[in-house]
Design a protein around this ligand. Structure first.
Ligand SMILES: C[S@@+](CC[C@H](N)C(=O)[O-])C[C@H]1O[C@@H](n2cnc3c(N)ncnc32)[C@H](O)[C@@H]1O
Length: 209
């Protein structure tokens, strides 16, 4: 089997393709993330933002934000996730940019996004690539751009394996702070019940270096 077709390694799209085909996307809550919906409802200055959602899966947050009028880039390297989003965009006639590529191949988009928003993506990538991901997010944002995310599972140890790979919040924030100013890191009463206490909302601002 060629390295491009590994279905047992989450660093390859086939791993995720298989899960979407078999309908084994247990991470997918099926609707826009309440914590993000609340954030956008309370931070709505009516300005259209360019928003990147990496590893967006079926794209519930992406469609919610596109429907609000934002310029949304829904990114996933799984062609099966992309097909699901393309079907929905067509069916509902929603204007959205769907990108089928890896977050690590986005040089053409450096400095372009006002906001990066993510859920269950940090925990999906190889933990050894976390710093590279944070650096990539930094590069993709405009100066003072925002990174909004939810870190989970914070009660799982890294050596328990994954995905999802456990997240030590203190260590993760330390990594982010090499590139971002921490504005908020907190539990939320809007966490879905099965994840309450096992995730934290983070709000970061790109530091100008
Ligand atoms: C656990 S799923 C989360 C999907 C979505 N965020 C959600 O909450 O439903 C992780 C997603 O990240 C995608 N992914 C993993 N590594 C990626 C990479 N390097 N670039 C782009 N997408 C990636 C997978 O294809 C998968 O759809």
């Amino acid at each position: 089997m060629s390295s491009k077709h590994k279905t047992n390694n989450p660093e390859y799209p086939n791993f995720w393709d298989k899960k979407y085909i078999l309908n084994e996307s247990s991470w997918d809550i099926g609707y826009p993330t309440p914590i993000f919906v609340n954030w956008f409802n309370n931070n709505n200055n009516n300005k259209k933002k360019k928003i990147l959602i990496p590893g967006c899966g079926k794209g519930h947050d992406a469609f919610f934000l596109a429907n609000k009028g934002h310029d949304v880039y829904a990114l996933d390297f799984s062609i099966e996730a992309v097909k699901i989003m393309e079907r929905r965009a067509k069916l509902e006639n929603i204007s959205i940019n769907i990108l089928n590529q890896s977050i690590f191949d986005m040089e053409n988009y450096y400095g372009k996004f006002d906001i990066i928003l993510e859920y269950t993506f940090f925990c999906a990538i190889n933990p050894e690539k976390r710093l590279k991901y944070i650096e990539t997010a930094y590069n993709l944002l405009v100066n003072n751009g925002l990174f909004l995310g939810i870190l989970l599972p914070i009660k799982k140890a890294l050596n328990e394996g994954g995905p999802p790979f456990g997240v030590d919040v203190f260590e993760a924030i330390k990594m982010f702070e090499k590139y971002f100013e921490l504005i908020k890191c907190s539990y939320s009463e809007l966490s879905i019940p099965p994840r309450a206490g096992n995730e934290k909302f983070i709000h970061m601002k790109k530091c100008i270096r």
